[in-house]
Every structure is written in structure tokens, then in C-alpha cells.
Design a protein around this ligand. Structure first.
Ligand code: ATP
Ligand code: MG
Length: 390
């Protein structure tokens, strides 16, 4: 049993001591089997939420109506969910009725894929009602029971199947894949936020190209905002989410701000993608220069270079790191004079001329025509009539 489970073992033991059944379930059991890092350890139990809350001192209500209570235990928190079955899904996403049950097998039957329908008890014994271990061995993503029914219940599962394909490098089993292809238009009923979460997990996964190919093969892309032009994309050595989005948006020839807003991405991510794409556009057009490196900053410059290598548009021989280290000034805040100095020296009132003068000074420093030294910059500004001294 992995350390993460051993840490959470007292929770199972306490539930058992109180007369309930309790198991580790879902992704953590799957990831242990695959010797992958185990993320959150989820627990399923026959105890109802109210019964769970009686047993543990520190709990948080997160989704009582779905049977989930978070138990805080030794600096960790665990989702403890009552065995449940779901019935009569409405609008392809919400079960109209969640019934708490006292039986593990039925709880496993409501889960999406056989590889996620595994449970482990406090002795480390695995409960596998749907041949999940065989599918893990065969590297196969298969819906639990009838795939068409399962995708009609919850359309997000289609994208989850493809996300697991990206993360695990597995193949989606034929009937499950065919069911996705026949149910794709149900994805319209899923919120953009839930779609974005899955696509972003796909973008940072180890088999992104494979997963995007599955999206195209199943025609799911025709129902995802702005992705109709998707075809095969190569991500090279890009790693971060912003780099991955940049490769994808350049491939789609999409305008990043409106696209990422529609996808409900954060403003910070949008800004990062925008600066990477702006740098790529400039360098693809005119090549690297000290000025461009300075404008981009080292982080964006390195990302842009990786994005261009993935796109096959980089010459690959420009030493971004070395060239940046050699810049005579690396960021605007490092300029030896400030706007305040200019106001102090000048006979005319503050105005847009200050920013312009500072920019010109930076350009002269980058061009090695001027040193980044206060008195020299002042003299240069006067000489070039960029300030009128008192
Ligand atoms: P990871 O946390 O690594 O992204 P996971 O398999 O743990 O993967 P979660 O979204 O954390 O995925 O869900 C935990 C478990 O809940 C899953 O393993 C699966 O058994 C079940 N599950 C999650 N979402 C669904 C769904 N839409 N339909 C059916 N079962 C689901
Ligand atoms: Mg999980």
C-alpha cells in the first residue's frame, strides 16, 4: 500500500470500527496500480453523510446532497462519499435523483470507466467488479456497462475518456469510442468551465497529440468553441499550459484574448499566452534581436522559442539564454533614471514625453550607444533634446 493510503488508513479504520464499510476508490487506486503518483485519495463508505460527521471531529460540508463530506485529518483532507446510485439523468449532466445505498458494487457501477471503478479495503484487498485491472493491463479505457447509456447520462464522460487517453497514453476501447462518436453532440449540454478543465488537463498531459487526434476522430472538436479547424498538432518540448495553449492557438490561427475569454480562462493565463504569441509573431517575422528579447523578458522568450521549435519555425540556433544574459539592461525597472528624475531636471511639466524619453534611452542602451548610468543618461537626454533643463 502506498504511503498516501497508509496516511489515510485511520479514516477507514474508524468507519469500520463504527460498523460501516469503507474503501479507497477511484483514481488513487488506479494510479497505485500503474505506479503513478497518487493525487487525492478518495474514500467511499456505507455511512451516510450525517453518520460520517458524527465520527469525525473536523469535517466540511461540500456536497451533502451528493453524499460527500470532506474529512480533515492530519494536515490532509479527504473526500468521503456515501455509496450512491444515480438515476434518471436530466439534460445529459445532472442525475435527477441520488440514492444512498449500502452496497459497494452498485457504487462502482455508477462510475465512468472500468479503470476508475476499483476499490481497495484497509487490508489492501482490491475489489474489481468490472475487470478494471485487466483493462489497466491492456491499457484500455472502457465504459462501465453500456457506453451509450453512460454518455447519455453525463456527456462530460466523453471528454474524460479522451483526457485519460492523454494522461495515461491508453487507447479507448472500440465500443466506447464508437459511442463517443455517436453521442458527441450531447457535449453541448456541458458547461464551458467543465470542458475547459478537461481540455487543460489534456493540454498538459504526456500524450496531448494522441488525445487531440481522438477529439478530431470522434468529431468532438466540431462542438467545442473555436476548435472546428483542429487537425494534427505537434507540441514538441513545450511543457507549461500557456505554451501548450500558444501552440494550439497559433495552429488554429485564433486571436488569443477573445478565444481564451470564451473558454473562461484566467486573465493571468490569457496575458501570458498573449505575450508568448506576440513574441512568436515578431520573431517569426523578423528574427530575434536584443530589443525583442528585452521586450519579451527571459521567461516569455524561452517559451516562445520552444513554441517555435514545436511549430518548426525556429532556426534553433539562437542562444536565447546567453543573449539575454548579455543584454546591457534586462528590464525597464533597471534603468538608472526614473520618470521622477526627469521631472526634477525638466523645465516642462510631466506628460507623455516622459515615457517616450525613457523608452528611447532604453533603446539606446540596448543598442550599446549609451551606458545605463545616471549622469550619462541625463547628458544624452539633453544632447538629444529629449528634456529641456531648467
Ligand atoms: P484525477 O483526479 O487524476 O483527475 P480521477 O479518476 O481521480 O482522476 P476525479 O474527477 O477525481 O477523477 O473523480 C474521482 C472518481 O469519481 C473517478 O475515478 C470516477 O470513479 C468517479 N467519477 C468522476 N467523475 C465522474 C463522472 N463524470 N461519471 C462517473 N464517474 C465519475
Ligand atoms: Mg481524483
Amino acid at each position: 500500500m502506498k504511503q498516501e493510503f497508509i496516511k489515510a488508513l485511520p479514516i477507514l479504520k474508524k468507519l469500520e470500527a463504527a460498523g460501516y464499510e469503507a474503501y479507497f476508490v477511484g483514481g488513487a487506486v488506479r494510479d497505485q496500480y500503474l505506479s503513478r503518483p497518487v493525487n487525492d485519495v478518495d474514500i467511499a463508505t456505507s455511512a451516510t453523510p450525517a453518520e460520517v460527521k458524527v465520527i469525525f471531529r473536523k469535517t466540511i460540508d461540500v456536497g451533502i446532497e451528493h453524499g460527500t463530506v470532506v474529512v480533515l485529518f492530519e494536515d490532509n483532507h479527504y473526500e468521503v462519499t456515501t455509496f450512491r446510485s444515480e438515476s434518471e439523468y436530466v439534460d445529459f449532466r445532472h442525475p435527477s435523483k441520488v440514492s444512498f445505498i449500502r452496497n459497494l458494487r452498485e457504487d462502482m457501477a455508477r462510475r465512468d470507466f472500468t479503470i476508475n471503478a476499483l476499490a481497495m479495503d484497509s487490508d489492501g484487498k482490491i475489489y474489481d467488479y468490472f475487470s478494471g485491472q485487466a483493462d489497466l493491463e491492456n491499457r484500455c479505457i472502457r465504459a462501465v456497462n453500456d457506453p451509450i447509456e453512460r454518455f447519455n447520462e453525463d456527456a462530460l464522460r466523453m471528454l474524460r475518456a479522451i483526457r485519460f487517453e492523454g494522461q495515461l497514453g491508453f487507447d479507448i476501447e472500440e465500443a466506447t469510442k464508437a459511442a463517443i462518436a455517436s453521442c458527441v453532440d450531447n457535449i453541448r449540454h456541458v458547461s464551458q468551465e467543465r470542458i475547459t478543465t478537461e481540455i487543460e488537463k489534456i493540454l498538459v498531459s504526456s500524450c496531448t497529440e494522441k488525445a487531440l487526434e481522438a477529439i478530431v476522430a470522434t468529431k468532438l472538436h466540431l462542438y467545442l468553441a473555436g476548435l472546428t479547424g483542429l487537425s494534427s498538432v505537434s507540441f514538441g518540448d513545450t511543457v507549461s499550459l500557456a505554451e501548450r495553449w500558444s501552440v494550439l492557438l497559433l495552429h488554429l490561427e485564433a486571436e488569443p484574448v477573445s478565444f481564451l475569454q470564451e473558454w473562461r480562462c484566467s486573465n493571468e493565463l490569457t496575458r501570458t499566452v498573449q505575450s508568448i504569441m506576440r513574441t512568436v509573431g515578431a520573431v517569426e517575422g523578423f528574427g530575434w534581436s536584443d530589443h525583442r528579447l528585452f521586450e519579451a523578458g527571459i521567461t516569455t522568450a524561452k517559451s516562445a522559442e520552444k513554441v517555435m521549435l514545436a511549430r518548426g519555425t525556429s532556426v534553433g540556433s539562437y542562444p536565447v539564454d546567453k543573449a539575454f544574459q548579455a543584454l546591457p539592461i534586462k528590464e525597464a525597472s533597471a534603468l538608472a533614471v526614473s520618470g521622477r528624475d526627469l521631472i526634477k531636471w525638466s523645465a516642462i511639466a510631466a506628460g507623455p514625453w516622459i515615457g517616450e524619453a525613457l523608452t528611447l534611452a532604453i533603446q539606446a542602451i540596448l543598442a550599446r550607444q549609451l551606458e545605463n548610468e545616471k549622469e550619462q543618461i541625463k547628458a544624452w537626454l539633453i544632447q538629444n533634446k529629449l528634456i529641456q533643463v531648467k
